[in-house]
Design a protein around this ligand. Structure first.
Ligand SMILES: NC(=O)c1ccc[n+]([C@@H]2O[C@H](COP(=O)([O-])OP(=O)(O)OC[C@H]3O[C@@H](n4cnc5c(N)ncnc54)[C@H](O)[C@@H]3O)[C@@H](O)[C@H]2O)c1
Length: 476
């Protein structure tokens, strides 16, 4: 196990000497049972811990307690049932029960972008910490897992001290989470690393006990102060967003010069200093994390007086947004300059395949822009239709891939689900009005489509580009 330790004098010493025995197998609560929290609760129960999942959403809690996952995450329903069958996993909306029962409380509530600025909305986090800490009457550790701006944990430490009936006997730590939707169970059980932001040896020992099986499997552990633990998460997401926008910036240059971004990406990827991960050009990133995390980071850096250090992230965001409008441009170009009355099949709604998450989904942004220009857009997604319909009732949806493409003048691949990648160009070709396809994710075999009479376009590639196999990890 690789352990980076802080020198002891980085830690406050107030609690030394009053350290009670470490629970060998602490009882865990997970506050907030959304994409992150439900996966964490289930995985920890599967690993052998007793876990209590808590949420303010009673309907969500009822579903989870009955063995159903309220969102699409491959593998999670099976693990939920396995965990419930052991009797180690329970769910409740009762904070008092959680406060009395738990040794280590993980806070996994949402931190969306604020409605009126780029800042993170910390209302849910503040409320969860305040409600829980005011109900805890014994020694316990509250661990933030939500992604928060730097300095939040220090502020919450004060809040917890002020609201806790037992004062400093309730301690706070931060344990940022790096799971990817679509691979959430695997990532939780086998993370690349664990990061513990702690203020005492006691807190570190509690967390070590809470992650014992994962640490015993050799997972690297980084021990950090609170601010660094918070920063690790936003720094990682900023780096990944930058890598995606970097190759998409190169795609813009390719479009102006006739160069092919796929050939460029594959040549860059062979450079072991650069690598192929997150170097796939296309429609760019979306979802409930990357976009709002980089915006909140810019906002917080400005508050801290170091805005200049992350000015580049504004460009990263800008490049990413431009990919969406550019996709609409290409579709418009293909149909001769006007989208008015043009039937377009929009394949995908989720922000990425293997998820039903439509938060800041590039696919739906493109569909809405096409629709705003008068196109008759029909959307199909294997899993995200209920969420998309609920969020955008004004858009049209088809129940299947064939129904979505029937009669289309242009097909736009916007989320690279396997169902779309594996569709046969001839089968689709028989249904469309015109064989035109925009591959927003560089996921299709251009040669195969062209051989079947399709006009094929992809961002950053010349009209007559040939298929280039990109070195990539399907999970990115
Ligand atoms: N989804 C991911 O892939 C992922 C990965 C890493 C980190 N994160 C971070 O994890 C956090 C949660 O993200 P998510 O995607 O799971 O969000 P989510 O919206 O799916 O889940 C949040 C849950 O918190 C509940 N909640 C809100 N206020 C509450 C309160 N006071 N007490 C108890 N429950 C409350 C909501 O009802 C909801 O079920 C965010 O900070 C996010 O940035 C998410």
């Amino acid at each position: 196990m690789t352990t980076l330790n802080l020198t002891p004098d980085h830690r406050p010493t107030t609690l030394v000497g009053t350290i009670p025995p470490i629970a060998e197998h602490p009882r865990l609560t997970v506050i907030g049972t959304g994409y992150l929290g439900a996966t964490h609760a289930v995985s920890m129960a599967v690993l052998g811990y007793e876990v209590l999942g808590v949420d303010v959403d009673a309907a969500k809690i009822a579903l989870l307690a009955s063995g159903r996952v309220p969102f699409y995450e491959p593998g999670l329903p099976e693990k939920l049932r396995e965990a419930l069958d052991t009797g180690r996993l329970r769910f409740t909306t009762d904070f008092t029960e959680a406060a009395e029962w738990g040794d280590v409380h993980f806070i996994c509530v949402g931190t969306p972008q604020a409605h009126d600025s780029n800042a993170a909305d910390l209302t849910y986090v503040d409320r969860a910490f305040a409600t829980l800490s005011s109900a805890i009457t014994r020694r316990a550790l509250i661990v933030g897992k939500s992604t928060v701006p730097i300095g939040t944990a220090a502020r919450l430490t004060e809040l917890v001290r002020a609201s806790s009936p037992v004062g400093e006997r309730v301690e706070l730590a931060w344990n940022p989470e790096f799971l990817r939707e679509g691979y959430a169970v695997e990532d939780t059980l086998h993370p690349d690393r664990l990061v513990f932001g702690v203020q005492s040896e006691w807190a570190e020992a509690q967390l070590r006990a809470a992650f014992r099986p994962i640490l015993d499997a050799g997972t690297p552990l980084v021990i950090a102060d609170l601010a660094t633990a918070e920063l690790v998460k936003v720094a990682a997401n900023s780096f990944l967003a930058t890598k995606i926008s970097y190759i998409n910036a190169m795609a813009e240059v390719c479009e102006a010069t006739g160069a092919d971004v796929n050939i460029l990406a594959s040549a860059l990827a062979y450079d072991s200093r650069i690598g192929s991960r997150f170097l796939k050009p296309g429609l760019g990133f979306g979802g409930g994390c990357l976009p709002k995390d980089i915006r909140a980071f810019i906002h917080r850096a400005e508050e801290l007086g170091v805005g200049q250090a992350v000015t580049f992230l504004r460009e990263v965001d800008g490049i990413n947004q431009r990919r969406r409008t550019r996709t609409v441009d290409v579709i418009r170009e293909m149909v001769g300059g006007s989208l008015e009355g043009v039937p377009v099949a929009a394949l995908g709604a989720a922000f990425k395949p293997n998820s039903d998450d439509i938060r800041d989904a590039p696919a739906l942004d493109v569909a809405r822009m096409l629709s705003a220009e008068g196109a008759i857009v029909t959307i199909y997604d294997p899993e995200a239709m209920p969420n998309a319909r609920r969020a955008y009732p004004e858009l049209s949806f088809a129940p299947s891939l064939p129904e979505a493409v029937r009669g289309a003048e242009v097909v736009a691949l916007l989320t690279e689900w396997a169902e779309f990648r594996e569709a046969r160009p001839d089968d689709l070709g028989r249904l469309v009005a015109h064989r035109r396809i925009v591959d927003g994710r560089h996921a299709l075999n251009a040669d195969e489509y062209r051989a079947r009479g399709w006009e094929y376009r992809a961002l950053g590639r010349p009209v007559e580009s040939r298929t280039v196999e990109l070195l990539s990890d399907a999970r990115d």
